[in-house]
Design a protein around this ligand. Structure first.
Ligand code: CP3
Length: 354
């Protein structure tokens, strides 16, 4: 294996990695694996470096971002790194008064609910997030042939935090705006699409090899409402980063009924949670797309044998799929045993070696 030269961008070095090949639906040496939330509280080395440093502050320190992003790559031998940040970082960067409360999630001081509130959502410029560009530069130099995934929150999921003012079970304020003032809703999502697209472009230009759009909470919507009220904004994001040479992944939770539309919005890879089997997801997404998923993260608490049985079920259901990226159906739970994750990577690599 040759070491990439300093001049090579991360993308060039990582071009032939199993992960990027799978995203492009090319033959792979083994099914690539990474985990949403692979960096974070499940790792003792993460808890150690984060001690006393608030979440948002840690996202603004390139040295810390680099170390935290690399931790799961070193420990688990995953096939991709995911940039350590948060979906609310670009909102904070344009001046929205918000914080990430431990054990709760993002909390917004003044929720966005009126037309006047839209003025608080100005455009995002690269100079607003210099620490992102710097961290990705450091990371791609360290990662060599391992690809770096950039990410952003999708317009609906960001809107949910902004309109509710924090995490929400029923998204009632968000839906009230969506159904009650469709024009204001469309303008809000359009602004968020521009911010999201800018945040992804910044990461791609800095050297990210792929991007994932997290629409974590969009499973709360019926397909007709998704198509009418959300899909135009998500499509705008995907269109803005089309042609930049990086695969675009689209993920949400509880999206069994939305998978076809989420592919249509412009994704190259569609993320699947654990509620439907991969072969059914293939039918729903249709031809021409890679899929990512879909082991239930709670399975990792069940012991080695059960983990392997359930992982094998995922692999079997994806056996006829061209382009499978193995992942969990949602993020790693904070109390997961990290050794179970390391063994899972090894299992998938061994079972799929060609
Ligand atoms: O390893 C990775 O996946 C990269 C890092 C990452 C974080 N947030 C770090 C983080 C990513 C990709 C995100 C995205 C994110 N943030 C999403 C979409 C992904 C998903 O899970 O659906 C969402 C909905 C958020 C909003 C958010 N930020 C939540 C719900 C929380 C958890 C709150 C808690 O404490 O339980 C956060 C905080 C957060 N973001 C943590 C991490 C590692 C935990 C904070 C900590 O470690 O102190």
């Amino acid at each position: 294996r040759t070491e990439p030269s300093q001049q090579q961008t991360g993308r060039t070095a990582a071009h032939d990695s199993a992960f990027l090949r799978a995203c492009r639906r090319e033959p792979v040496p083994h099914t690539p694996v990474w985990f949403m939330r692979q960096a974070g509280r499940s790792l003792p080395e993460y808890r150690k470096v984060r001690e006393g440093i608030p979440m948002l502050e840690s996202c603004m320190r390139p040295d810390l971002v680099t170390e935290i992003t690399l931790q799961p790559v070193r420990r688990h031998n995953v096939d991709a790194a995911i940039f350590f940040s948060d979906i609310v970082v670009p909102l904070k960067a344009i001046g929205v008064d918000l914080d990430i409360k431990p054990g709760v999630g993002p909390v917004v001081a003044q929720p966005i609910r009126t037309r006047a509130d839209l003025d608080r959502l100005r455009a995002l410029d690269p100079s607003d997030v210099p620490y992102v560009t710097e961290a990705i530069g450091l990371l791609t130099a360290e990662l060599g042939t391992t690809p770096l995934i950039g990410f952003a929150g999708a317009p609906f999921t960001l809107a949910s935090y902004l309109v509710e003012g924090g995490p929400s079970r029923n998204h009632e304020h968000t839906k009230a705006l969506m159904y009650g003032d469709p024009e204001l809703w469309a303008d809000l999502l359009d602004r968020l699409a521009d911010i999201t697209a800018a945040f992804l472009k910044i990461q791609i230009e800095a050297g990210a090899s792929a991007v994932q759009l997290f629409d974590s909470w969009v499973g709360a919507l019926a397909p007709a409402d998704y198509r009418r009220s959300v899909m135009p904004a998500s499509t705008k994001v995907f269109d803005a980063v089309a042609g930049l040479g990086v695969p675009r992944i689209h993920f949400g939770v509880g999206t069994g009924e939305l998978l076809g539309l989420m592919g249509e919005a412009g994704a190259d890879v569609v993320g699947v949670d654990w509620r439907i089997p991969m072969d059914e997801a293939v039918r729903r997404v249709g031809p021409g797309k890679a899929l990512q998923g879909n082991l239930d993260p709670a399975v990792l608490f069940a012991g080695r044998e059960a983990v392997e049985t359930k992982a094998q079920e995922v692999l079997d259901a994806a056996a006829d799929l061209e382009g499978h990226v193995f992942n969990l159906g949602h993020g790693v739970l904070p109390t997961t045993d990290p050794d179970a994750l390391t063994r899972l990577v090894e299992y998938v690599h061994e079972r799929t070696a060609r």
